[in-house]
Design a protein around this ligand. Structure first.
Ligand code: UDP
Length: 463
């Protein structure tokens, strides 16, 4: 029987491309073929990466910005263009493949691309959402649009009242996805998530593959009975997880250029001594926030590795960090790094993270406790899970202006890396989830079994 061939449609951002590429590798491992498609602009940046394997091919669609995108300032406009141009060009891509005799057995599409399911349907191809955030967040959005919207909105006036939803931990206003906050400025966001559910619930037997695993979110995975959530994660390169493929040492699709000397520098540091700081591929700390961080790092006096992405614009005097010399004596600032490699290094003892879902999963897989500093989208909810449910880290408390002051930052760092009982407990919990993540993806583990069963079903249905 010919292997099933899937088209995997991916939103063109690092936080989607990484788990998606890893998902493609897992599909190959269980005997499927994959065409990975993302926007032309992102595909150009990925071109230097090594990600070619037998059974994996690449294609692209347009997001309306084929020659580049300077910034994400007008996200609403971008999302409109992506929908309009993406739908047309994805449809052309499928038609071209059909014309050449390649019929896709199924289309997978990542979060934020519900139109890809509509395109697949117009070609008579079944589609499946690959949810790249926690199941808890998926459930939360479902509840928001199905019976609990008024309750959630009403707590905006009273942020100290917990929102209790079936199968989820009690959430305060500051723990819910930022798109559901009263202050949300992104007009595209709620209609887009609503459309995800409309598309899904039109199916007879809606199923969602999620980058999570059963032991991590046992209740949230089963909370909503209108769809089935199948945990297939964590989607992390094999060398840092189950070790089944030691050559799989990177996601293989970086959109940013990395520096190289930091691994040797980490080699020179004692075990669990280094603080690693990164805020993912989109968020940018304000200048005053960076200055608070500088003071906290100098006062903590521990070695650090800090990722500050280059803006692409020339650095102005007022953008320069203070105390650059002192900082360079203590640590390293790099524009990008291989985060999974860094987190797997024995010298790293703490991760200061914005709590993007990939970074969160990577901290768990590597057993590194965290200081969580959420910025937007799902990150507040991820931070709640980390700090109060899994207890692998501590969350910062900003002041009334939204600034995390150096003293607060330093106290959080001390809690995580210090000798106190709380730090011990976070390190123990982080180790526990490290083991559970490995269990989930090894042969016969929950995520491995679920993905094999899913692909076998498609194989039988199309064979
Ligand atoms: N990442 C990386 N090097 C860096 C910073 C980030 O490789 O210097 C990777 C990180 O490992 C993760 C992804 O970029 O896989 C960021 O995804 P996440 O969901 O954490 O955050 P987002 O960028 O979507 O806000």
């Amino acid at each position: 029987m010919a292997p099933p061939h899937f088209l995997l449609v991916t939103f063109p951002a690092q936080g989607h491309i990484n788990p998606s590429l890893q998902f493609a590798k897992r599909l190959l491992r269980v005997g499927a073929h994959v065409t990975f498609a993302t926007a032309i602009r992102a595909r150009h940046c990925m071109a230097e990466s090594k990600s070619s394997s037998a059974g994996l091919s690449f294609a692209s669609f347009s997001d309306g910005y084929d020659d580049g995108l300077d910034n994400w300032d007008d996200v609403d406009l971008y999302m409109d263009e992506l929908d309009r141009r993406g739908s047309q060009t994805l449809s052309d891509l499928i038609a071209l493949n059909h014309g050449n005799g390649r019929r896709f057995s199924g289309v997978f599409y990542t979060t934020l691309l519900p139109w890809a399911a509509e395109v697949a349907r117009s070609h008579g191809i079944p589609s499946t959402l690959v949810w790249i955030q926690p199941a808890t967040v998926l459930d939360f959005y479902y509840y928001y649009f199905h019976g609990y919207g008024d309750l959630i909105r009403s707590t905006g006036d009273n942020p100290s009242v917990p929102i209790q939803l079936p199968g989820l931990p009690p959430l305060m206003a500051g723990d819910i996805p930022s798109f559901c906050n009263a202050k949300n400025e992104y007009n595209f966001s709620l209609p887009l998530f609503q459309r995800h559910f409309e598309v899904l619930l039109e199916e007879a037997n809606p199923r969602i593959l999620a980058n999570t695993f059963d032991a991590l979110e046992p209740d949230a995975i089963r909370a909503v009975d209108k769809f089935e959530v199948i945990g297939i994660g964590p989607l992390i390169p094999s060398a840092f997880l189950d070790g089944q493929d030691p050559s799989d040492t990177s996601f293989g699709g970086d959109l940013f250029k990395s520096s190289s000397s930091y691994m040797q520098w980490l080699d020179t540091k004692p075990k669990a001594s280094v603080i690693y700081l990164s805020f993912g591929s989109i968020s940018v700390l304000s200048k005053p926030q960076k200055e608070e961080m500088v003071r906290a790092l100098l006062e903590a006096g521990r070695p650090f590795l800090w990722v500050i992405r280059e803006s692409g614009k020339e650095e102005r005097d007022e953008d320069r960090l203070s105390f650059k010399e002192e900082l360079e004596k203590l640590g390293m600032i790099v524009p990008w790094c291989s985060q999974v490699e860094v987190l797997s290094h024995p010298s790293v003892g703490c991760f200061v993270t914005h709590c993007g879902w990939n970074s969160t999963l990577e901290s768990l897989v590597c057993g590194v406790p965290v200081v969580v500093f959420p910025q937007w989208s799902d990150q507040q909810t991820n931070a709640k899970l980390v700090a109060d449910v899994w207890r692998t880290g501590v969350k910062v408390t900003p002041n009334e202006q939204g600034l995390v002051e150096s003293g607060q930052m330093r106290r959080c760092l001390e809690l995580v890396v210090g000798d106190g009982e709380e730090g011990e407990e976070m390190r123990r919990n982080a180790q526990k989830f490290r083991e559970l993540a490995r269990e989930a993806v090894k042969e016969g583990g929950s995520s491995d079994k679920s993905l094999r069963a899913f692909v076998n079903e498609v194989r039988e249905a199309s064979g």
